[in-house]
Design a binder for this molecule. Structure first.
Ligand code: GLA
Length: 405
């Protein structure tokens, strides 16, 4: 048996990370930035792939954040630098920003200013501490850090209603400028979460209920396994899933699958088969609908348990979510299934993939004292399967986007 160490990806202290990005700004632009802001990555406890069909989801903010040091300019020029990647600079004018432009990571910075209708340019240095490509929303963290910075500088409201508007602008930047047809869960989590809890997000009207998630009081912890598996097909597959549920909703004559009552699921699946046309793969559409409808119901039931302070009892719902994503929605992959199976056999109460899938991360609900042991077993399973070593994060429910300095 191979020996593997579980490597944890720790979040730096906020003040330290804010100081570092301000210093980097000084090095690049030769002056002190107007301010430093940051926004977190997220994990989703349950409610996966339902945010683009009117569903409910239940994400929480990670302690891992993306920082931006920024100063406004008097013209419409935007200059952005990455503290991580030398040479990944972008410089342009706001008038050049629009559908599909710029490409690359600058879309998530300049695109946000475009979507917010910001009237001035800015200089910015970005420093991310959300692992890239991990399915933990590093791109939403970047968008939301820029959005909160611009809102703060331009005196836009940053109460919860204001944050809901900022989230909508970030989604707009992602959908239109970056060209990724994602839903709105990640941006809502990054902007609207509060320490100590998750948000029950209703994507039908973007309302949020703050739910307590005091796992420590229940003797539990949430362990994140970043499989570090590349998810190169995620763009096309994600869009294909979205197209499936939109087609299914049209066939059922409802605006979104949220309108399908879980008690009438069997009936809806029969109606779907009857309404399908020659170009439809009925078996596939039935599975997609079954995932969406049962997943939304699992979120409802998880929220009820959390409201009642019965966090431990959510375990079977999380497990069922993974099986549904794996078999009905088909967005899991070998590495995610291995992480989930290994965590469960190492004693996790529950485990499931989190985020978009096809690589990325899984979460495991574990006894507080067993975090290290479960991580070790998962690392060992990856080593035995000769897969790239995963890394681990602790998901302590943390603060949403805000000003650091
Ligand atoms: C990605 C998207 C989100 C959501 C999840 C799946 O993270 O950005 O909008 O659809 O996948 O739940």
């Amino acid at each position: 048996m191979s020996v593997a160490d579980a490597r944890f990806f720790e979040a730096p202290a906020r003040a330290e990370a804010a100081g570092a990005v301000a210093a980097a700004f000084g090095d690049v632009f030769g002056e002190t930035p107007e301010g430093v802001w940051s926004a977190p990555g997220r994990v989703n406890l349950v409610g996966e792939h339902v945010d683009y069909t009117g569903g409910l989801c239940l994400p929480l903010a990670l302690p891992h954040r993306t920082f931006v040091a920024l100063s406004p300019r008097h013209d419409d020029v935007v200059r952005v630098r990455s503290a991580q990647e030398a040479g990944a600079d972008w410089e342009g004018s706001l008038s050049e920003v629009g559908p599909g432009a710029p490409d690359g990571w600058a879309a998530y910075v300049a695109g946000v200013a475009w979507a917010m209708g910001t009237a001035h340019g800015f200089d910015a240095v970005v420093d991310g501490h959300v692992p890239l490509g991990s399915g933990l929303s590093s791109s939403a963290a970047l968008e939301c850090a820029v959005a909160i910075a611009l809102a703060d500088l331009d005196d836009l409201p940053t109460d919860d209603a204001g944050r809901a508007e900022l989230a909508a602008a970030c989604v707009q930047a992602e959908n239109v400028v970056a060209g990724a047809a994602t839903g709105g869960m990640d941006q809502a989590a990054s902007l609207r979460c509060r320490p100590g809890g998750g948000i029950l997000l209703d994507t039908r009207d973007d309302t949020v209920e703050h739910l307590p998630l005091d796992l420590a009081a229940a003797g539990l912890a949430l362990l994140v396994v970043d499989t570090r598996a590349a998810h190169s097909h995620s763009g096309g597959e994600y869009g294909a899933r979205r197209a499936d549920v939109e087609r299914a909703a049209r066939l059922l004559g409802v605006p979104t699958l949220r309108e399908v009552d879980p008690d009438d699921l069997d009936d809806a699946l029969e109606r779907l088969a009857a309404a399908a046309g020659p170009g439809d793969d009925v078996a596939v559409l039935r599975r997609r609908v079954r995932h969406a409808v049962t997943e939304i119901d699992r979120v409802r039931r998880t929220a009820d348990l959390l409201r009642a302070g019965r966090a431990r009892e959510v375990a079977p719902l999380l497990d069922a979510s993974h099986e549904s994503l794996r078999h009905d929605y088909e967005v899991s992959c070998r590495e995610l299934d291995l992480a989930v199976d290994a965590a469960r056999s190492a004693g996790a109460l529950a485990a499931r993939m989190t985020g978009g899938g096809f690589g990325g991360s899984a979460i495991a609900l574990v006894e507080a004292g067993a975090v290290g042991a479960v991580a070790q077993e998962v690392a060992r399973a990856f080593a035995d399967a000769r897969l790239r070593a995963p890394q681990f994060l602790s998901a302590l429910p943390s603060a949403g986007a805000g000003r650091d300095a």
